[in-house]
Design a protein around this ligand. Structure first.
Ligand code: MG
Length: 133
């Protein structure tokens, strides 16, 4: 079996009064990320990277933001669908790498937890997940 590489990107504005969820984890911060779902920018980017690697469309083709069903949705659902698509295409995830670009909050103190969480969601080893900021 060959090897595939996928690339994902996402960008969300901050919004007051909503919880900040990154990598499936709630992070203490005065503002969260605006979005139709829970705004989990990291899981959205990884979801698109997985789908892209097997040419299975993008996050919007599975979970259109116009569908009320996905209002406030837990983005773990999106990631799990992408993982299913990867497996359906006969592949498995061997590693992911990510860079979060934001001024606040500092990601460093949360990086280890994010790494473990993403590894668990993708069913891969912790050392196969790169979290940079
Ligand atoms: Mg998004």
């Amino acid at each position: 079996m060959g090897m595939r590489i996928g690339y994902g990107f996402d960008s969300h504005a901050f919004k007051a009064g909503v919880p900040l969820v990154i990598g499936g984890l709630a992070i203490e911060h005065p503002e969260g990320l605006a979005g139709h779902s829970d705004g989990d920018v990291l899981l959205h980017a990884i979801t698109d990277a997985l789908l892209g690697a097997v040419a299975a469309g993008d996050i919007g083709s599975y979970f259109p933001p116009t569908d009320k069903k996905w209002k406030g949705a837990d983005s773990v659902i999106f990631l799990q669908e992408a993982l299913r698509q990867v497996e359906r295409a006969g592949f498995r995830v061997s590693n992911v790498d990510s860079t979060l670009i934001l001024a606040e909050p500092k990601i460093g103190p949360h990086a280890k937890k994010l790494q473990s969480q993403v590894a668990k969601l993708l069913k891969i080893a912790v050392h196969a997940v790169g979290i940079k900021a």
